[in-house]
Design a protein around this ligand. Structure first.
Ligand SMILES: Cc1cc2nc3c(=O)[nH]c(=O)nc-3n(C[C@H](O)[C@H](O)[C@H](O)COP(=O)(O)OP(=O)(O)OC[C@H]3O[C@@H](n4cnc5c(N)ncnc54)[C@H](O)[C@@H]3O)c2cc1C
Ligand code: SF4
Length: 331
């Protein structure tokens, strides 16, 4: 149950939704599937005065642009991503990552835009406050941080747990964003501030309309790996998305992107390790050791830094082997 009153609007178009957000002075929230927002309103970590539902707007199906890029409506349900023949054929990593989100019920409600804009998580934050604590933490507007008492008021180490964001970063996806000045384009990577208190760069009146993913090159290899305690219906302990291209010799790496999820306030990339891969023969064990040392995972939900780093090392090595096999047409 939600214990306070709020306005509810259900516009028939994104333009109307944008106008409603604009008129609300920053205190309204978009409601897509509600699978993240409604639980957060229940525990009162967010208390918007107005919900602008996107439920009355029909998303278009994923489509291929003339340049080979693929446009996916941000209002698409995650189950649409899983079921799309186009995505399964052209961007199987995206369809696979959508399938790892939660359960059928959540995927039938949850949308792509909502998945990207889901709030960061922390055991102490995602609970009804009155039952748990004496005073609220920084992210609730209070004066302490329970798991990290040394943090100051500007530092919140809640983690970002979207499966799909990791994959879109690895695939170099772009966002189409509707705002007061029309539609703008922005790389998915620029959606994240790296600040747990305010994780997104989106303005309060902006709406993600779509994601556009460029065509994948020849000799392309990919792997998505999610570790979770229960397998299904679970946020990730760690997520790893790898996208690489081999050179014409089929052995040398031409370029690579490695993205880690659930270990930072936004997705993390080991950019030095990625740079070292370009132009070199791939050595999965060496790259995995370098990448897992380069990033500093945030402890979360009972997993300490050492465990997370080792998890990342082991699974990066396995994922690289798989991505190489795909790039070489062996899988
Ligand atoms: C039991 C359970 C398990 C889950 N497991 C996972 C998991 O394993 N992996 C994972 O990634 N997520 C998981 N989630 C989180 C989340 O529910 C899903 O990621 C889902 O995709 C969120 O989409 P939604 O449409 O329901 O978002 P909503 O709850 O409607 O919105 C979430 C946020 O995004 C904003 N928003 C929504 N659409 C847009 C848009 N188009 N433009 C700008 N802002 C927008 C909203 O205002 C809100 O702030 C889980 C949730 C539950 C309840
Ligand atoms: S990490 Fe962030 S959300 Fe968690 S208790 Fe500290 S301030 Fe609050």
């Amino acid at each position: 149950m939600i214990f306070y009153d709020f306005e509810y609007e259900r516009p028939g178009s994104l333009a109307e939704a944008a106008a409603l957000l604009n008129g609300a002075g920053g205190d309204a929230r978009l409601l897509a599937g509600g699978t993240d927002l409604i639980p957060n309103m229940r525990v009162e970590v967010v208390t918007p005065s107005m919900l602008v539902s996107l439920g009355g707007i029909e998303p278009s199906a994923p489509d291929e642009n003339p340049d080979g890029s693929i446009r996916i409506d941000a209002l698409s349900k995650l189950s649409d991503l899983v079921d799309s023949k186009l995505l399964r054929r052209q961007l199987p990593m995206l369809a696979e990552s959508a399938l790892t989100v939660a359960s059928n019920q959540v995927r039938e409600m949850g949308t792509l835009g909502g998945n990207l804009c889901q709030d960061t998580r922390c055991l102490q934050y995602n609970q009804k406050h009155d039952f748990q604590f004496v005073e609220p933490c920084y992210k609730r507007g209070g004066d302490c941080c329970y798991p990290f008492p040394g943090n100051d008021a500007t530092t919140c180490w809640s983690v970002y747990m979207s499966d799909i964001a990791c994959v879109l970063l690895a695939l170099d996806g772009q966002l189409e964003i509707l705002g007061p000045d029309g539609t703008r384009r922005m790389p998915v990577a620029e959606l994240f501030t790296g600040d747990g208190l305010n994780p997104f760069t989106l303005g309060a009146e902006e709406i993600i309309e779509a994601v556009v993913v460029p065509p994948v090159p020849e000799r392309f290899g990919w792997c998505y790996h999610k570790t979770s305690v229960r397998g299904g219906l679970d946020f990730g302990t760690t997520m790893i998305a790898i996208a690489l291209q081999l050179a014409a010799d089929g052995e040398t790496c031409a370029s690579a992107r490695i993205v880690y999820g659930a270990v930072g306030q936004g997705p993390l990339r080991p950019v030095a390790a990625e740079r070292a891969m370009a132009g070199a023969a791939l050595d999965p064990a060496q790259i995995a050791a370098a990448a897992s040392t380069e990033i500093t995972p945030l402890p979360h939900h009972g997993f300490d830094k050492g465990f997370l780093r080792e998890n990342i090392r082991v699974n990066t090595e396995r994922s690289l082997v798989r991505a190489m096999a795909r790039a070489q047409g062996r899988e």
